[in-house]
Write a protein that binds this ligand. Structure first.
Ligand SMILES: [Zn+2]
Length: 250
């Protein structure tokens, strides 16, 4: 675990975790009890990109809402409308296959001031493929995003949160940094939307990275929950920004 001084990310270094596995075990136990106190300042254990961003230490009342697995004709425009009506921003970790299928939606996400991140082409578990295959998948998705939006993605959210040293190498080769989520916000499919909102609000703190489903099964319920979440964030004096904007807030 270490502190990445250039951009102010808290990162977990695999190398460090392996070297200090006892400390990692203790931190894992502590995390269960108090997820917010885990990321304490430690020695810089390695240069980026060999780390995984899970939160950004900041005093500003800002968080990064993130949406995975889109774009989706069922939800993307609804999410965008809600975000814009609250003057909030978010990062969409999209699939290359979905972006190719829905180019206009992909472009709309950028046009509406949001950020796009790479979530692989077809939602593969990157740890189960070779380095070459991972690089090919990530490059393919990066190219689709670049061609459609003229933006270069900087962030990768590996499907299932699955990563290894090899995945970190593959991401680095493609110019991507890994972004997971703040401990305590494990994205669960078919999670009760209202429960998700109350969990977020209960544990709200500056600099958090919050994962939300973009294409869950209960659209109306999820959009209602997103409205309540955005409303509650405002009431508590918080705003949602893109991952890049959050990273600059340290
Ligand atoms: Zn996903």
């Amino acid at each position: 675990m270490g502190y990445y001084p250039v951009t102010g990310f808290w990162v977990i270094s695999l190398h460090s975790l392996l070297r200090h596995w006892r400390m990692a075990l203790v931190l894992a136990i502590v995390a269960v009890w108090s997820p917010w106190s885990v990321f304490v300042q430690g020695p810089d254990v390695g240069a980026p990109p060999f780390g995984v961003m899970v939160l950004v230490p900041t005093h500003q009342r800002a968080v990064a809402l993130t949406f995975d697995d889109g774009p989706s004709p069922r939800t993307t425009t609804k999410i965008l409308s809600l975000l814009m009506s609250f003057h909030d921003q978010a990062t969409f970790f999209i699939l290359g296959s979905q972006a190719a299928k829905y180019p206009k939606l992909t472009q709309l996400i950028v046009k509406d001031g949001m950020e796009l991140g790479n979530h692989t082409y077809g939602h593969i578990n990157l740890t189960q493929h070779s380095l070459t295959q991972d690089v090919a998948d990530l490059t393919r998705t990066n190219h689709i995003i670049q061609q459609l939006t003229h933006r270069t993605p900087h962030w990768l959210r590996p499907p299932y949160g699955a990563y290894s040293t090899k995945v970190l190498h593959a991401a680095a080769e493609c110019g991507l940094h890994l972004v997971l989520w703040t401990p305590g916000f494990v994205p669960v499919e078919n999670q009760d939307p209202s429960q998700l909102v109350s969990n977020v609000v209960k544990h709200l703190a500056p600099g958090e990275i919050i994962p939300l489903p973009e294409s869950g099964p209960r659209v109306a319920e999820e959009m209602g929950a997103l409205f309540i979440l955005l409303h509650d964030l405002k009431t508590l004096g918080y705003r949602s920004v893109t991952v890049s904007a959050l990273a600059r807030m340290h």
